[in-house]
Design a binder for this molecule. Structure first.
Ligand code: ADE
Length: 271
């Protein structure tokens, strides 16, 4: 098993009243291995352990009345200040009111930071002052869960798989990072025919150039049909990349040729 000897472990610190579910992350294949090989480390902090009253009270009624309980600020702040701070640290608050999570966020956190602190709420919500601890508020979708734990676990999973030393340098990840906004193409394995369903001929052809073109076209078509919003963003990002390349190539002394010309795949022979 490969051990990451150069970089210290990427720190993941979670503040949650329900630390138990996070244990499952240690059993999640590639993610679990990242913890055992020292690529990442996961630490849990329960605000209840930072209370001083005999009831270990972490929540209270909302000022002004209303249903539900609100998480008290003191145990949260105490748990937070007990966490060692890395210079490259980002604090993420899990809330349905946050910015919606995207793959580009996972890449950014995996590349630009060495520590993520997750603030997970339960009950009706946080005391508003807890928001001051966060650099970013993140939602994993337009739906409401009972707490931020599943959202934090989703992010831990998504970030750890991108870290160098895990699968972070694999071919498929490099490919994934280049076509960030596109959905994956279909995949096939043996047998070439199953119950009358055949594998596309181009995949059996051995022609790597044509296979690459087919895969790219499949990604584009799938995205266009299933996620037109993503497709539109991808087209725009391609156009922007082309325009900046054109500008660079038109500078005096530039001899490089424009690679944007072949950008759009015309209908190939396998259609
Ligand atoms: N907590 C409750 N619902 C959530 C959501 N959708 N995203 C992030 N945190 C949450």
């Amino acid at each position: 098993m490969k051990v990451n000897r150069v970089m210290s472990a990427y720190r993941l610190d979670v503040i949650s009243l329900l630390p138990k579910p996070f244990e499952i992350l240690h059993e999640l294949g590639v993610i679990g291995r990242a913890f055992t090989t020292g690529i990442a480390e996961l630490n849990l902090y329960n605000p209840r352990d930072f209370t001083h009253d005999s009831y270990h009270k972490v929540d209270d009624e909302p000022y002004g009345g209303g249903v539900g309980m609100v998480l008290k600020p003191e145990p949260f702040f105490k748990a937070f200040t007990s966490i060692p701070s890395h210079p490259a640290r980002r604090v993420l608050m899990m809330t349905p009111q946050g910015k919606q999570l995207e793959q580009s966020d996972l890449w950014r956190w995996s590349k630009e930071y060495r520590q993520l602190i997750f603030l997970c709420g339960q009950y009706e919500g946080f005391d508003e002052r807890i928001r001051n601890l966060a650099d970013e508020e993140i939602s994993i979708g337009d739906f409401v869960l009972t707490g931020g734990e599943l959202a934090a676990m989703t992010i831990v999973n998504g970030v750890v798989r991108l870290l160098p030393g895990g699968i972070g340098r694999s071919e498929s990840l490099i490919e994934e990072s280049h076509s960030n906004l596109l959905l994956e193409q279909p995949h096939y394995t043996r047998p070439s025919e199953f119950s009358g369903l055949e594998v596309p001929k181009v995949l059996l052809s051995g022609n790597h150039k044509e296979i690459a073109r087919w895969r790219q076209k499949q990604r584009e078509m799938r995205t266009k049909i299933r996620r037109p919003d993503l497709f539109e963003r991808w087209v725009k990002s391609q156009e922007m990349a082309c325009n900046s390349e054109l500008m660079l190539n038109n500078l005096p002394n530039s001899s490089s040729k424009n690679s944007c010309e072949n950008n759009f795949i015309e209908d190939p022979w396998w259609d």
